[in-house]
Design a binder for this molecule. Structure first.
Ligand code: FEO
Length: 384
């Protein structure tokens, strides 16, 4: 619920095929924008290029005959800034408020320069009358120019991409899963920067979080902030074993299904299987970060690992995958090399505990490889 003099003027996008050019969003995407109707009127960000008409219409209705004094641009990524030029054209007397980096980007993206601008930095304030806005730098959450806005009057944090999620607002779905997939995919590399932001946020009294994607958050904010702390500190969120695999003729799949059966028989509480050639890669990456244990199983291919496995491991390491237990299963009909190659791919990852048991499947399961998989299951179940 927004304070009585704030309005939501965001839009839902159900036409997007890939958000940010790579993420499937089966429930669409929301681009949020807000208006604060005080003695002076501030508009908080714009929306994606495809929704300029709808957004301007909503803005006009919210203004109810008034004209805005400020456009606050917290984040220059075009899913939020794409309608800056249209705004400036319609309201040339309004001042664009943004970080100096964002204003430089506005010139590069939209050729905007010479308009009324106010470059703000961390700690600067802007009074609208009843509301006093304070700006908080949040570099790399998720671009370098990002500036969050805190309204101390009504204890509202406008959080830019932070605390956002995939999914349009006219679809009813649980927050955690699509917020986790969004966070790990888009901001996962920048855990240190998110930790720095959480420290700043801890000093604020926050009742409402207004992100640029996903719903306005109210009520038990500790739940959302706690998850952000877990994710950005690279701590596992849940106990469980994620088994990520590739299989060409079904033999590696048979191996991981046998392992999953052994894990369940040994009392392992949660086992998630993922075929990397067929699943949503962003969801696989999300699950790897969610659980405390990971098994990688793949065929040897061109004296390397199967391409989907390489892509998966690189997606983990570029997001600073760490603090987990990892087991390796390789398959090879004549020269199994995949475990060695996966070890090399993971070599830069910090604080990984590698299982003692490494399983080699020679083409198809046999008594030896079944015994090795049973040993791997026991070792996984024994992890604290
Ligand atoms: Fe939603 Fe980083 O833009």
């Amino acid at each position: 619920m927004l304070p009585q003099d704030m309005r939501y003027i965001g839009v839902n996008d159900h036409a997007v095929d890939l958000f940010e050019g790579q993420y499937v969003v089966p429930n669409g995407m929301a681009y949020n924008s807000y208006v604060i109707l005080d003695e002076r009127v501030a508009v908080m960000d714009t929306v994606d290029a495809g929704f300029g008409d709808e957004w301007l219409q909503k803005l006009t209705e919210a203004l109810d005959g008034r004209r805005p004094d400020y456009l606050v641009v917290q984040h220059m990524e075009p899913d939020h800034s794409a309608n800056m030029a249209r705004f400036v054209e319609r309201y040339p007397e309004a001042t664009v408020v943004a970080s100096a980096k964002a204003l430089a980007m506005a010139k590069d993206f939209y050729g905007l320069e010479g308009e009324r601008t106010l470059a703000i930095k961390e700690g600067d304030t802007l009074s609208l009358g009843r509301h006093e806005l304070t700006f908080i730098a949040a570099p790399m959450v998720h671009w370098p120019e990002v500036m969050l806005t805190y309204d101390k009057t009504d204890r509202v944090l406008f959080s830019a991409d932070a605390f956002g999620k995939f999914g349009a607002l006219d679809v009813d779905e649980e927050w955690d899963c699509e917020a986790r997939r969004y966070y790990i995919g888009i901001v996962g590399k920048y855990g240190a920067q998110v930790q720095a932001l959480l420290k700043k946020a801890a000093a604020l009294d926050i009742a409402v979080i207004c992100p640029l994607h996903g719903p306005v958050l109210t009520g038990d904010l500790a739940h959302y902030i706690g998850l952000y702390d877990t994710w950005s500190a690279y701590r596992p969120e849940s106990r469980g074993v994620m088994i990520a695999y590739t299989s060409v003729y079904g033999n590696t799949r048979a191996a991981v299904e046998y392992l999953a059966g052994q894990l369940r028989a040994d009392g392992c509480e949660k086992v998630v299987l993922c075929d990397l050639a067929r699943c949503d890669m962003a969801e696989a990456v999300e699950d790897a970060f969610r659980y405390d244990r990971l098994v990688l199983a793949t065929t040897t291919y061109n004296a390397d690992v199967f391409p989907f496995m390489r892509h998966f491991i690189e997606a983990l390491t570029e997001r600073n995958y760490q603090n987990r237990t990892v087991g390796l299963i390789e398959n090879g009909a004549w020269a199994p090399l995949a475990a060695k190659k996966m070890t090399e791919l993971l070599s830069g990852a910090k604080h990984l505990t590698m299982l003692e048991t490494v399983v080699t499947v020679h083409a198809a399961l046999n008594a030896d490889s079944r015994a090795a998989l049973a040993a791997m299951a026991r070792e996984l179940c024994a992890v604290d």
